[in-house]
Structures are given as C-alpha cells and as structure tokens.
Unconditional design. Structure first.
Length: 225
C-alpha cells in the first residue's frame, strides 16, 4: 500500500472516530435530558457501533468480497489453480475491478430489498445491548473456557449463519449450473448469471462478516465498559 493511501486511511479513521465520539456523547445527553427514556452510555455506544457496521460496514465488506470473488473466478478460469485447491487468503493479492454488468430494474429492486433486510436484521439482532448480553450469556453457559467460548462463537455467529445463507442459495445456483451446462446462452447471458452468483455469494459472506463484527463490538462493550 502506498504511503499516501495509508495517510488517507488514517485521516479518515481519525475523523470517523471523532464523529462517533461526539455523536455518542451528544446522543446520550439528548435522550436522557429531553426524553423520558433512560438509556446508558453503553447502550448508546453499542447502538452507534452496530448501526455503523450495518449501514456502512456491510456495503464496504460486500464491495470487497464481490471484487475478491471475481478475482478468484478469473484465476480459476485461467487455470492458475483448480477448483477445490486451497485459495489465497482474502485480500492477500491485488485484484482487478469486476466486470461491469448492467443490472435490470427487477434485479436492482431485489438487491435493494436484500440490503434492507440485511441491515434491519443486523440492527434487530445486535443493536439492543440486552440481546448482546443474552447471546454472550448463552455462549458462556455452554463453554468450558475461553478457547471453547471462541470456538462456539465461530460456530454460532459465523458458520451457522453462513450455512443457512448458502443453503438458501444452493437451489438458485443449481438451476444456473443446469442452464450453463445446457449451453445456448449468449456471452452476455453467461456474464449476467456469473454476476448474480458472485453478487449473492459475496453478499451472504459480507452479511456474516458484519454480524461477527457487530457481535465483537457488543462483547467488547460488555467486557470493558
């Protein structure tokens, strides 16, 4: 990474941190002063962090994973490694922009709905600090120690949601596979199918990653504040 890019990232991080801190303090003061709602600083901080992950983090993660999935597909098509072989680590190689695909209006509407559902479900699951407390208590109850807790977190927060997401996508991908195998599709139709597959796969991956980050944020608040 170039020094200029590092400086830009650091500057942006400092600005975002300052904005979040001011928003945290201001929201705690405003809610407890001008409303009848009693809310703690920890609850507000968790709400802000989860909201940031859901509204800003999810699209960023999706864009990154979408680009990376296309990178892997290109390498597979070029025969650089066979399907099933160990893939390079996420973000370990420079990538080219994914191909430009002209989405139809119906697809755009479906994708927008998926984003709405994804962001809303992240907020509903992790924004209330009480949900974080209940989930953390549940995981500790069935853990034998810190190492066991970490393994259970991976199972419940990462692997289980990922399995459910891709279980929903498998029928669609199987139908696409049959269409591609049958042949007779134009180059644009093949690109559309590949693009839809990569979009959905990367969205599911980004959604699970965002959920894990939201859980980590709440867990850190509960442990240290």
């Amino acid at each position: 990474m170039k020094p200029v890019q590092v400086v830009k990232i650091l500057a942006l991080s400092m600005v975002l941190t300052a904005v979040m801190l001011m928003g945290w303090i201001g929201l705690v003061y405003a809610v407890n002063t001008y409303t009848v709602i009693a809310i703690t600083a920890e609850e507000v901080l968790n709400l802000i962090l989860v909201g940031f992950v859901a509204v800003i983090g999810l699209p960023i993660l999706h864009a990154a994973t979408y680009r990376w999935f296309w990178h892997i597909r290109r390498k597979q098509a070029a025969g650089e490694f066979l399907l099933g072989e160990e893939m390079p680590g996420f973000g370990s190689e420079s990538t080219q922009p994914p191909p430009r695909i002209k989405w139809r209006a119906r697809q755009i509407a479906v994708y927008a709905l998926l984003y709405l559902v994804g962001m809303s479900s992240l907020m509903a699951a992790y924004a209330p600090l009480g949900h974080q407390e209940a989930l953390t208590s549940f995981l500790w109850r069935f853990s034998a120690g810190r190492a066991s807790f970490s393994s259970l977190v991976q199972l419940v927060i990462v692997f289980l949601p990922m399995a459910l997401c891709f279980a929903c996508l498998i029928p669609l991908f199987e139908a696409d596979r049959k269409r591609l195998t049958a042949g007779g599709l134009s180059e644009q139709e093949v690109l559309d199918i590949r693009g839809r597959q990569e979009w959905l796969s990367s969205f599911a991956t980004a959604f699970v990653m965002a959920g894990f980050l939201a859980f980590i944020a709440g867990n850190m608040i509960l442990a240290h504040l």
